[in-house]
Design a protein around this ligand. Structure first.
Ligand code: GLN
Length: 196
């Protein structure tokens, strides 16, 4: 079965584990979803989750644990939400965060402003006519999408993008029980893994 590692240095790890376990069971598939804290675990995964949390803290901890290199050369798919989105792009508007440069996107932190610190918003997913309830918590936005990446989700701004097997989202799809984005990620991951 598939091995999905959730980067557990900081952030909402258990919610991501539960959501991917639920998605795998919907698909009737076995698999292993587990937290990881060591760089050596990265190449053992088929997919990695970079959770929400505090991107400056996670950036610092990724450096301290020597994870930048193994993440940049990782061959599987990365599912990056909120603080994870801040980390996965090529550019971010805060010098305290070192971007991984895995997705061709520029990200702005805390972009919804203080009056909308946390909110629920209807998100439009490209190719899906049912709105998705997005939970935004001091959420970043995707400021620009370069030619390697493709916008996927919209809510006033671009709030989701894909690039190959990777998916980056401003909001928290692991909250709320709607598994469409997890299922789409797993479907795309399979497509890229079996591509010639
Ligand atoms: N604002 C946070 C950051 O930029 C992200 C918040 C979250 O992950 N919920 O790190």
């Amino acid at each position: 079965g598939i091995k999905i590692g959730v980067c557990a240095l900081q952030g909402d790890v258990s919610e991501h584990i539960r959501a991917f376990e639920a998605a795998l069971s919907l698909l009737g598939e076995g698999g292993d979803v587990f937290p990881f804290r060591k760089a050596a675990d990265i190449p053992l995964c088929d997919a990695i989750v970079l959770p929400g949390g505090e991107s400056t803290t996670i950036s610092h901890l990724l450096k301290k644990n020597n994870m930048y290199g193994p993440l940049r050369t990782f061959k599987g798919g990365i599912f990056a939400t909120c603080a994870g989105l801040v980390l996965i792009g090529r550019e971010v508007d805060d010098p305290r965060v070192e971007p991984l440069g895995i997705m061709d996107i520029a990200v702005g932190r805390n972009a919804f402003g203080r009056q909308r610190d946390s909110c629920e918003m209807a998100v439009t997913i490209a190719g899906d006519d049912q709105p998705f309830c997005g939970y935004f918590i001091r959420a970043p936005v995707i400021v620009s999408v370069g030619p390697e990446a493709t916008p996927l989700c919209y809510a006033d701004h671009i709030v989701g993008a894909v690039q190959g097997p990777h998916m980056g989202l401003s909001f928290h799809p692991e909250l709320g029980g709607d598994l469409r984005l997890h299922l789409l990620f797993l479907e795309r991951l399979r497509a890229y893994a079996t591509a010639p």
